[in-house]
Design a binder for this molecule. Sequence first.
Ligand code: MG
Length: 258
Amino acid sequence: MNFLTKTLWIYLFCGCFVSEIVAVKVIAHRGAWKQCAIPKNSIQSLKNSAKLGVYGSEFDVHYTKDNIGIIVHDDSLKNELIEKLRFDDIKQIRIGGNEYLPTLKSFLKTAKHLPEIVLFMEIKPTSSPERDREVAALVLKNITQWGRGVPIEFITFSQSVARELLRLSPDVHVHYLEGEFTPSQIKAKGFSGLDYHFSVYQIHPDWVTEAKELNLKTNVWTVNSPEIMKQMILLNVDYITTDEPQQLLELLSTQAQP
Ligand code: MG
């Protein structure tokens, strides 16, 4: 057991957290792909999230030079930044099986038929604040075109993206990923929540309580081990993002039993 883990368990053992444990919601990281060996960030992984019955399905969005939103994690394809490529240059890339690189359009259109799932859309940073702001505007425009009515929460490492989303559409929910801000600072920025790596909460377990007092949501990435799942459940975060959604669902159902 490392120092951080020991510190967190001491904090939890001392009862230094909110008294009422509410049901943690499960977010499938890049969709539910692992158990079925299907591609991450694919239409299939999105559909599989809904089939599995998780609360939300996370995915990553980049925009090409000609303003087509595509679902992929890395910022480069074919050894070139995606923002410098045209969609025609990459649309034939297969991500596994028969599925080609999915577009945001196809994702949103699929999600319209999966009303039980909440999309956790990660908008990836670009190479400049100006392009970040353009991408934020494109995302909102594309949602109006193809995803009207789909429940969506935004997550991002880019403050430029987050600020522009809120400037253009003040009612959207934006959760910040980087981990350097306290809940009070997140609140002051107008963001809806913290979505931090689990090591941040291990160092600052009190941030979960502080966030709840400020009416902010707490999400944690990317929790794949049962031990850390249990830590985060006890810490009472709102959402856990995981590559192992089925394992987390089973753990939660076990804990819920009398
Ligand atoms: Mg992501």
